[in-house]
Design a protein around this ligand. Structure first.
Ligand SMILES: [Zn+2]
Length: 472
């Protein structure tokens, strides 16, 4: 199948490659203060690229941390809805450098099993996903013979996503008027597999807790006191063992109260996503067995169900030889992955309730649950914006929109802030793959995926203008 959008994208791939080649050479690592000038240069590069694409409004927004880039192209059509593209221009650190086959900031083309790849830090996360919108916008205008896009397109590309977006929510609140929109298009994700067009529909949130248990005022001699007083490490082991029941469910009181149950249709759709559990186990997981909450598939467990993981536990004597003590303290760190509609703010009370209910006499507990956390987010499968997204992806991949699959991401960035502050629904358009090694050495983008992503971006602006996006 052909389309004017596809024809334009295919005829201008050199532009996309030139953009990526220049942008990927800027080492915009937000986590390293030494790279702050590079993050700033990355923002300026993108601002210039958006101006060159034709966006009439382009601004670099300073924050207390790294700058974000904002652009806006109003539609000339009366009452056209407003779409806001979200992405980020900062990248992950590159260590260990020795594991890279090509220097991370020298984009290198490699012929891979699924087609040509471009290797570089940020190739897909997230410069590739943002760059595809530059070409996509030009394709949209030429293909539809328009001077302005069919919907007003705003773009917000932050510079601190890989550092946890510490100033992003404040930026959204401060600029909420400028950012007002009817839908947010998140372009920082990917699809299920090279020939499997799909859309992310949910991301899990995060909350964390640190627990300290105290027994005796000081470490005690186990010969004099052992067997006669409570041991905080024993208490911690018992407590943590009670975090899950025998069905793999988290035992915090109220933990599941706000969890939106998976519908039969959602489960059926998840089951259609190709997933080779044996290959997954043999991959980076190198795990011998898949395990978790009873009654759910592995894909459901890692994408659609909330979890608790003990990340660390320590206390007492751990140096060579032995030291015959009853330790004064025991410590543990736990994190929780949350799903819609759980809220990180609810965890403090739930963790305290769980600790109190499982604490032996004579042991004191300090429970620290930091404020903040990350809220989960999800898209409505039946919204008008989703219909437009599926139509756009379907055209780019020569598939029926009904054949575009839905996937879920186990982790997340600041997407929930976009929903909370802007009050607009989210859809996800990204061209990455689970095999792109994001955050790892030899990050790559599969170029045919990127080309289709650019085409889907072009179709999306036309499609969004045809659905009733505005709340009636
Ligand atoms: Zn990213």
């Amino acid at each position: 199948m052909s389309s004017p959008e596809r024809d334009f994208v295919r005829a201008h791939l050199d532009d996309l490659h030139a953009d990526l080649d220049a942008w990927l050479r800027i080492p915009s690592i937000s986590a390293d203060p030494a790279h702050a000038p590079d993050v700033a240069a990355s923002a300026e590069w993108l601002a210039a690229a958006l101006r060159r694409t034709g966006f009439p409004v382009v601004e670099v927004w300073e924050t207390p941390g790294a700058p974000a880039v904002y652009a806006e192209w109003p539609s000339a059509d009366d009452g056209a809805p407003v779409a806001l593209v979200y992405g980020h221009h900062d990248v992950q650190p590159v260590d260990p450098l020795g594991l890279w086959e090509h220097p991370p900031f020298e984009p290198t083309r490699v012929e891979g099993a699924d087609g040509p790849e471009l290797h570089a830090r940020g190739a897909i996360d997230d410069k590739g996903n943002v760059a595809m919108h530059l070409l996509g916008m030009r394709a949209h205008l030429v293909a539809t013979g328009r001077d302005t896009p069919a919907v007003t397109v705003k773009v917000l590309v932050e510079g601190e996503e890989e550092s946890g977006s510490p100033h992003f929510a404040a930026l959204l609140r401060e600029r909420a008027d400028r950012l007002r929109c009817d839908v947010v298009v998140v372009s920082d994700t990917g699809m299920a597999a090279p020939d499997v067009p799909s859309a992310v529909v949910a991301m899990r949130g995060l909350a964390d807790a640190e627990i300290t248990l105290r027994g005796p005022a000081v470490d005690l001699h186990s010969g004099s006191f052992g067997g006669g007083v409570p041991n905080p490490l024993h208490a911690m082991a018992t407590l943590l063992a009670s975090l899950h029941d025998q069905h793999g469910r988290v035992t915090l009181p109220g933990f599941y109260d706000k969890v939106r149950p998976l519908t039969d249709r959602e489960r059926e759709l998840m089951a259609r996503v190709p997933f080779d559990e044996a290959a997954w186990l043999a991959g980076p997981a190198a795990s011998r067995v898949a395990t978790g909450e009873e009654g759910f598939s592995t894909l459901e467990r890692i994408g659609a169900r909330p979890t608790a993981e003990v990340n660390g536990m320590w206390g007492g004597y751990t140096d060579p030889g032995h030291k015959t003590i009853i330790p004064a303290e025991a410590h543990a760190k736990i994190t929780f992955r949350l799903v819609a509609d759980q809220r990180p703010a609810d965890l403090a009370e739930q963790v305290r309730g769980w600790v109190a209910a499982n604490l032996p006499a004579g042991i004191q507990a300090d429970v620290h649950v930091p404020a903040g956390g990350v809220s989960p987010c999800s898209s409505d499968l039946d919204s008008p914006a989703m219909a437009a997204l599926l139509a756009a992806i379907g055209q780019a991949f020569d598939r029926d929109p009904a054949d575009v699959l839905f996937t879920r991401e186990g982790g997340s960035g600041p997407e929930a802030d976009l929903v909370d502050v802007l009050g607009a629904p989210l859809v996800f358009l990204g061209a990455g793959l689970p095999t792109d090694r994001i955050h790892s050495p030899n990050e790559r983008v599969l170029l045919p995926m990127l080309y289709r992503g650019a085409e889907a971006a072009a179709h999306l602006w036309r499609e969004l203008a045809t659905v009733p996006l505005r709340a009636q």
